[in-house]
Design a protein around this ligand. Structure first.
Ligand code: GLN
Length: 504
């Protein structure tokens, strides 16, 4: 086997090639490490080829002995909010510059060394992201923006922008991401890859640096639904001793149902996801995917998620409230950065946090502290919690009529850097279609569904770079297998997930 095409292979293909000894884990790792030289798209925050090659050697030994894990020797890279012993972890924040964790996050462990019970994947490094996963464009990283491989003048989406860009640019066959309000789905959509956020609590949050604990959920990002199924099967499962919201639901082999027929599948199409704010090119691609599902035997059912719009204020009250509490631990005492000149303890806290946090993080801590403060708690936080429950109930009503919900991931394709500069709320509004499933804790994913141009004047003329559009699929609790099956069938009928950005 030539190593030149290794970076085009899927996780499933690499796992097979490694098991059948067509290629070694060291050869695969070497090839991908060569790709990351010069750090294209600024996707990586930490790379350590010695660590990676040592892991690959260990994988080769296990492959030779026939004791390898399910994904033995296949490379993966982790969003920098997962703590890792062997790589620096910063969560994209200056306040954690150079921080090394004494332990690995559960998901890192579950995907990692098979000698420790993991799937046997080899870690290529850590991926850039918005600071503490707060953002929709990866412009909030303290270590520079990530560029979109489809058009470097555009954002890759966020907050898992490094993960999505790295997979799209073939720097890694798969990555982890985290999704609090859309951060797996939206960058997957903007970069033309596949990503799934499982049911809240299904994959452990242990060692995932907390942003908004009642919403945070890790998941896989890869090029195909099959690859996501392979990784997710390794990632899920109870971790109740270490994560208090981990669900006692056994792991599942999500690849088992990938080829199920879609005959009779009822796909709910929420009218609120197709309003005036939806760009024409996104609408056209999503409509095309829905037609494809009809051809595969599915039935489209009009539904309503009446509180879709409210998900924005509700999320942007609850998430900052939780963040203001979670981020209080970064005080210059236990982790990372500490200010140099200070007069007393309180002054040290103040200066450390003023220097260490970026603007968006500060904005959210202030918003969070405000909505939780005496006098405003009832007016904002409590109201938001009540509406959050109603949003979850709306989904349960909808699932009386359908098996899966489908719609756009985002109202537009990836926007240009600077388009939303000085207007953080513009970014918040673009989260409208991903927030509802997050607030309800439902599994949801993004599947490549076509291309737009983001350029309304030139729509349909072929002028302008093709920019990926993702279809969002939302399932009821624990219906990950059904989502992955639907995504896989779409990928068998279309080739959007196979197309590559120019020059890659
Ligand atoms: N864009 C949303 C936010 O800024 C979602 C981020 C996420 O899912 N981590 O909070």
């Amino acid at each position: 086997m030539t190593t030149s095409n290794l970076q085009d292979m899927t996780v499933a293909e690499l796992a097979h090639a490694l098991k059948s000894k067509q290629v070694s884990a060291v050869e695969v790792a070497t090839r991908f490490l060569a790709q990351t030289g010069g750090n294209p798209h600024n996707a990586f925050l930490d790379i350590d080829s010695e660590v990676t090659l040592a892991q690959a050697q260990a994988s080769d030994a296990r492959l030779a002995a026939g004791t390898g894990g399910l994904l033995e020797g296949v490379p993966v890279a982790h969003k920098d909010v997962f703590v890792t012993r062997d790589f620096v972890t910063t969560a994209g924040s200056k306040i954690l510059t150079g921080y090394r964790s004494p332990f690995d996050a559960t998901l890192v462990q579950k995907l990692g060394a098979s000698a420790q019970g993991g799937a046997g994947m080899v870690t290529l490094g850590k991926l850039n992201c918005d600071e503490f996963a707060m953002g929709s464009a990866n412009e909030n990283s303290a270590f520079g923006k990530v560029t979109n491989p489809w058009d470097i003048a555009r954002v890759p989406g966020g907050s898992s922008g490094g993960s999505a860009a790295a997979v799209a640019a073939r720097l890694t066959p798969a990555a982890t991401g985290t999704d609090t309000g859309g951060s797996i789905r939206q960058p997957a959509s903007f970069c033309g890859i596949t990503g799934i956020k499982p049911t809240y609590g299904r994959a452990s949050r242990y060692g995932m640096i907390a942003y908004a604990s009642s919403l945070d959920q890790g998941g896989p990002m890869a090029r195909t639904a099959q690859d996501c199924a392979l990784l997710l099967s390794a990632m899920c499962g109870p971790d109740i001793d270490r994560d208090s919201t981990s669900l006692d639901v056994p792991a599942e082999d999500f690849t088992a149902s990938l080829n199920n027929s879609l005959e009779g599948l009822r796909i709910g199409v929420p009218k609120e996801f197709f309003g005036d704010g939806l760009a024409a090119d996104v609408r056209a691609a999503v409509d095309g995917a829905l037609r494809e599902y009809e051809k595969l035997g599915a039935k489209l059912v009009p539904i309503s998620l009446p509180r879709t719009e409210l998900s924005i204020p509700v999320y942007y009250i609850i998430a900052p409230a939780e963040a203001s509490s979670n981020l209080s631990r970064f005080d210059g005492v236990k982790f990372g950065h500490r200010a140099k000149d200070y007069t007393d303890l309180v002054d040290m806290y103040k200066k450390t946090r003023a220097e260490g946090f970026g603007n968006e993080v500060k904005r959210r801590i202030m918003t969070g502290a405000y909505v939780l403060s005496h006098g405003y708690y009832d007016a904002y936080y409590l109201q938001a919690q009540k509406i959050r429950r109603m949003i979850a109930d709306d989904f349960q009503n909808a699932f009386q009529q359908c098996d899966v919900i489908a719609g756009p991931v985002a109202p537009s394709v990836a926007w240009k850097f600077g388009d939303n500069a000085n207007d953080p709320v513009a970014d918040y509004l673009a989260d409208i279609f991903t927030l509802p499933a997050s607030l309800a804790g439902l599994p949801a994913m993004s599947v490549p569904a076509g291309f737009g141009t983001g350029d309304m004047q030139n729509l349909g003329t072929g002028i302008g770079k093709p920019l990926p559009v993702g279809l969002q699929l939302i399932g009821n609790y624990f219906q990950e297998a059904r989502l992955l099956n639907a995504a896989h069938r779409l990928q068998q009928a279309t080739d959007f997930h196979l197309r590559k950005p120019e020059g890659i």
